[in-house]
Design a protein around this ligand. Structure first.
Ligand SMILES: NC(=O)c1ccc[n+]([C@@H]2O[C@H](COP(=O)([O-])OP(=O)(O)OC[C@H]3O[C@@H](n4cnc5c(N)ncnc54)[C@H](OP(=O)(O)O)[C@@H]3O)[C@@H](O)[C@H]2O)c1
Length: 282
């Protein structure tokens, strides 16, 4: 969850490297500790991560799906011209909108990484989470942008509130429904019809990807009541994703995920946390 020149795309965190740890966590998009240079969008990377954990530890207790992209490109010359003072970075939020460019390619990458990649990693590691003896927990990193009150399309907003519309109990029905919606969104974005079709227009790809992460979190939590499965908005954190215009440090931003990852077995599940507190996103 922070910048470093030697980045690892997965971080496997254990307290003790010699024995099977009491609690073992995987943090995607991590860059410290025993990292494995893997890509969540790569089948082989996910499979070899699962094989490694299975052979080395035989189980997994915590999965923090943190890897993500912002879904927009930035006009680098424009950004440099803004000459943002790092000490006043929080005040640059509105300023930065003028140099952000929403391209179709960035939107596709964003939906793929933030939703599909997260889902595929989760599916690859679910069998190992089921082997946990200390209470398994999944934390999906979401964003304030996912909150349904920001969704301009009233029908979609209402549909998103009702997970029965998406999950009819069949094995793949909900996956297909979400995919159809995301394809329609991307098609409208490609054809510059976002406003006309009433999709979010502020950071559209990021908003849609994280809204779907929330929906996925709720569906998964309903299907696996034995696990704690929640989503967390980390706050507006000073990282590369927002060109270091965030207002809190990566350490502060990580607090919510850590707290939620360590919730007791009878703690909340299928919930949204705004940093460390329960929030309302739907
Ligand atoms: N910062 C904020 O204000 C904020 C607000 C709301 C939500 N979030 C969410 O918080 C999470 C962490 O973001 P951050 O702020 O720490 O941004 P960041 O500094 O840009 O870190 C993103 C991390 O995700 C990794 N990643 C991207 N694509 C990946 C892929 N295909 N496979 C594996 N790893 C991949 C990146 O690795 P590489 O550098 O190697 O690509 C990097 O380690 C994201 O899900 C983001 O959407 C952040």
């Amino acid at each position: 969850m922070q910048s470093s020149s030697t980045r690892h795309r997965f971080e496997v965190v254990s307290h003790d490297h010699k024995t099977i740890p009491q609690r073992l966590a995987v943090v995607t998009g991590g860059n410290r500790g025993i990292g494995l240079e893997l890509d969540i969008l790569d089948d082989n990377s996910r499979a070899s991560l699962a094989r490694y954990i299975k052979s080395r530890f035989g189980k997994l207790d915590i999965l923090v799906n943190n890897a993500g992209v912002g879904g927009v490109a930035v006009d680098q010359d424009g950004l440099r011209a803004l000459n943002i003072d790092p000490k006043l970075s929080g005040q640059a939020v509105d300023l930065i909108q003028s140099v952000i460019v929403q391209t179709y390619d960035e939107a596709v990458k964003c939906i793929n990484t933030n939703y599909y990649g997260l889902k595929w990693v989760t599916e690859a590691l679910l069998p190992l989470l089921k082997q946990s003896t200390s209470g398994e927990s999944i934390v999906n990193t979401t964003s304030l942008r996912s909150e349904l009150k920001r969704m301009p399309n009233e029908k979609l907003r209402n549909d998103m509130r009702n997970i029965k519309i998406w999950d009819d109990g069949t094995k793949h029905g909900w996956t297909v429904r979400i995919e159809v919606m995301l394809n329609e969104f991307l098609d409208d974005l490609k054809n510059e019809r976002l406003e006309e079709s009433v999709w979010p227009t502020m950071l559209p790809a990021c908003s849609m990807s994280k809204t779907v992460v929330n929906l996925y979190t709720r569906i998964l939590a309903k299907r696996h009541p034995e696990m704690r499965i929640n989503c967390v908005h980390p706050g507006f954190v000073n990282t590369e994703i927002n060109w270091n215009t965030g207002i809190i440090s990566p350490e502060e931003g990580a607090r919510g995920a850590v707290k939620v990852a360590l919730l007791p077995q009878d703690g909340p599940t299928g919930c949204y946390f705004d940093q460390t507190e329960l929030g309302e996103a739907w």
